[in-house]
Design a protein around this ligand. Sequence first.
Ligand SMILES: CC(C)(COP(=O)(O)OP(=O)(O)OC[C@H]1O[C@@H](n2cnc3c(N)ncnc32)[C@H](O)[C@@H]1OP(=O)(O)O)[C@@H](O)C(=O)NCCC(=O)NCCS
Length: 179
Amino acid sequence: MNREISIRSERPDDGPAITNAVRRAYANVAYSDHREHLMIERLRKLEDYDPRLSLLAEIDNEMVGHILLTQAEIRDTRSSVATLALAPLSVVPGHQSCGVGKRLVGEAHRRAADLGFVSVLLVGIPSYYPQFGYEPLSRYPITLPFEVPAENCMILSLTPHALDGVSGLVHYTDGWLEH
Ligand SMILES: CC(C)(COP(=O)(O)OP(=O)(O)OC[C@H]1O[C@@H](n2cnc3c(N)ncnc32)[C@H](O)[C@@H]1OP(=O)(O)O)[C@@H](O)C(=O)NCCC(=O)NCCS
C-alpha cells in the first residue's frame, strides 16, 4: 500500500531526529565517510542557515527522509553568482526506493525557485540525479574547490538560461567543508 509522504521545513527542535535519520541513511553506504550529520550540525549554527531549505519527509508522522540545500556562490574575477548546494539527501533504510527521495528533491527545487534561486549543484550518485534534470557540471566552466570524479558533479538550472555565461569556482558557505 502506498502511504502518503508529507514534506515540511525543519523546525527548531528537529535537530536530533535529522541527525538520527541521516546517520541511519548513510550507515551502510560504502562511499560515505559517515560524517554527513556532522556537516548539518555545523551548518545549523551559522547565521545564514535557512531552515526553509532543510526539508523533512514524514510518513504517518515518522521521519523517513531529509534534504538540505545550502547557499553557495560561483565566483570568478568579475562576478559572483548565487547558487545552492544540495547535500546531503537521506532516506532511511526501510523507506528507500518508495519515492521519498524523489519527493524531497522535487519539493526542494520548488521551494528554492520560490525563494528566487536559479540553480542547484551537487556531488552525488551519477545514475540518480539526471531524472531531475541535472547535467554534468563539466559542461560548464564551473569548478569545485576539491578533487572529485567528474561523473559525480552535477548542476541544474531551475530557470531557463540560468547558467548562461556563468563561470568560476564554487565557494561553499563556512562549515560546508570540514576544516
Ligand atoms: C539514494 C537515495 C537518496 C534515493 O532515494 P529513494 O527514496 O531511496 O529513491 P526514490 O524512491 O526517490 O527513487 C526514485 C527513482 O530513482 C531510482 N533510484 C533509487 N535509488 C537509486 C540509486 N542509488 N541510483 C540510481 N537510481 C536510483 C529508483 O529506482 C526510482 O526509479 P523509478 O522512478 O523509475 O521507480 C536513498 O536511497 C538514500 O538515502 N540512500 C542512502 C544515502 C545516499 O546514498 N544518499 C545520496 C547520496 S548522493
